[in-house]
Design a protein around this ligand. Structure first.
Ligand code: KIV
Length: 310
């Protein structure tokens, strides 16, 4: 059964930690759902992790819509949150709402996430006002990394920590159902988590947050970038995949793949008939006409054989 967003604050009150992970495709969503992950974020981090951009800034609504649809199709229980990419909510409340509607109505997301407070607050109100749940995101907000002086921890002075607390409260008041705290000192995240009734989901924000999120490629060792301090790798799938591909390449080159068990055969008498037809077809224009007929027959037989083998 689908997890209810309205249960999340109760889970926080009970001290039950929430688990969130990013996913960007159907198999990933199925695995995360089967593993019992509570929230799946189709992050704009797809930009660098999946689409090969240098940062999250260039990814478009259209590109993310394709990924959100795939994740929604692969999910039964987890809540699917679509990340609103740079440019999709900064311009106006109306544009923000229109794009949020696309993620929910066209792609089937349960909720959207957007970065920042300040100008983002009226966007949150507009989207929540239309009945779409919104997750906030403060601290290190990658879409505005240039303004923040790069990809570095935020809220490390008393004044900046106070600003973060005020922003978190404002996002709760604006109607967010949860807020991501990224790269924030653990002590600050703890104070924010205590101050809010909605859950905080931390990434590089220490253990006191009400839940934790990691990016798929970081968690599974699929990224060749140097991981941020807050990343824990739970597997080294990149190495495993490379090993598998090297074995495949080497077996193809040596001729040991495919082996007999990966190969289809045909009855001996049919093979003799086939060879006889092909032999005749090689003998002249009459034979060539026959060959066309034989190929069509062979194609038809092949299709039948496939149906039978399926
Ligand atoms: O896009 C993303 O992956 C995110 C997480 C880091 C929270 O926003």
């Amino acid at each position: 059964m689908k997890l209810a967003l309205t249960d999340l604050a109760e889970r926080k009150a009970q001290g039950e930690k929430l688990v969130m992970v990013t996913a960007y495709d159907h198999p990933g969503a199925r695995l995360a759902d089967a593993a019992g992950v509570d929230l799946i974020l189709v992050g704009d981090s797809a930009a660098d992790n999946v689409l090969g951009y240098d940062s999250t800034v260039p990814v478009t609504v259209e590109e993310l819509l394709v990924l959100v649809r795939a994740v929604v199709r692969g999910t039964e229980r987890a809540v699917v949150i679509a990340d609103m990419p740079f440019g999709s909510f900064q311009v106006s409340d109306e544009a923000a709402l229109a794009n949020a509607v696309r993620f929910v109505k066209d792609a089937g997301a349960d909720a959207v996430k957007l970065e920042g407070a300040g100008p983002s607050l009226s966007r949150v109100q507009a989207i929540v006002g239309a009945g779409i749940p919104v997750m906030g995101h403060i601290g290190l907000t990658p879409q505005s990394a240039t303004m923040l002086g790069g990809y570095k921890a935020q809220g490390r002075t008393a004044a900046k920590a106070q600003r973060l607390l005020a922003d978190a409260r404002a996002l709760e008041a604006a109607g967010c159902f949860a807020v991501v705290l990224e790269a924030v000192p653990a002590a600050v995240a703890q104070r924010i988590s205590k101050a809010l009734t909605i859950p905080t989901i931390g990434i590089g924000a220490g253990p006191a947050c009400d839940g934790q999120v990691l990016v798929w490629h970081d968690l599974l060792g699929l990224s060749d970038r140097t991981p941020a301090r807050f990343v824990k790798r739970y597997a080294e799938l990149g190495d495993e995949i490379k090993r598998a591909l090297e074995s495949f390449a080497s077996e193809v080159r040596s001729g040991s793949f495919p082996a007999a068990e990966h190969t289809y055969s045909m009855p001996e008498d049919e093979l003799s008939l086939f060879n006889a037809h092909v032999g005749k077809a090689d003998m002249g224009s009459y034979g060539r006409r026959r060959q066309v007929g034989a190929s069509a027959e062979a194609t038809e037989e092949h299709e039948h054989a496939q149906e039978a083998d399926a």
